[in-house]
Unconditional design. Structure first.
Length: 188
């Protein structure tokens, strides 16, 4: 893995994106998105994850966060991904209404066979591509990118209409996650 893809500053503010293996559209189901929301909320309150911006797309997640309780950011993100991976795979296995259940589980098994450190099902791709955000201009650019993702994908007309992101918080409304640290956006 390239040095550019590592967390270097344990107190830094990071932009990360991580995707489901094979870019599978798992998060078309509310049940699976809600697992991510609950897990992010847990990380906020119990693990010291300060969240600045976030967005759940159909097959990937964008997140701007920092660790504020001394835990290494890579450990914090790794714990989040391990937990959600297990919980979502279990939810898919138990969801008798999931029409893609066998297909999804087979894809996760195939991905695990290609990986040296995954035993049964690999849900998330291993790459996170963390980018440390070092200036207000870059922070603003990444927040706007995150919030415009659903607009660019044609899911909504306005960023704040998309429920599964922090765009509502930036529009002055309460979003799904409490305690979002709203960064003071300015025109770049």
């Amino acid at each position: 893995m390239s040095r550019n893809y590592k967390f270097h500053n344990p107190e830094g503010l990071y932009f990360v994106s991580f995707a489901v293996v094979d870019w599978l559209d798992v998060f078309t189901r509310t049940q699976y998105k809600d697992i991510l929301i609950e897990s992010l909320a847990f990380c906020q309150t119990k693990k010291g994850m300060e969240i600045i911006a976030w967005c759940i797309m159909t097959n990937h997640v964008h997140l701007i966060f920092r660790s504020i309780k001394g835990e290494k950011p890579e450990q914090l993100l790794g714990d989040f991904k391990r937990f959600t991976s297990n919980k979502i795979v279990k939810a898919i296995q138990e969801n008798l209404q999931e029409s893609r259940r066998e297909f999804l589980l087979e894809q996760f098994k195939k991905a695990a066979k290609k990986s040296s450190n995954v035993e049964h099902h690999q849900f998330w791709r291993h790459d996170n591509k963390p980018i440390e955000l070092w200036s207000n201009e870059v922070i603003t650019e990444k927040i706007n990118y995150i919030h415009q993702n659903p607009v660019e994908s044609g899911l909504v007309y306005k960023a704040e209409e998309y429920v599964y992101s922090s765009a509502k918080d930036y529009a002055g409304e309460q979003g799904l996650l409490e305690d979002i640290v709203v960064f003071n956006l300015f025109k770049v």
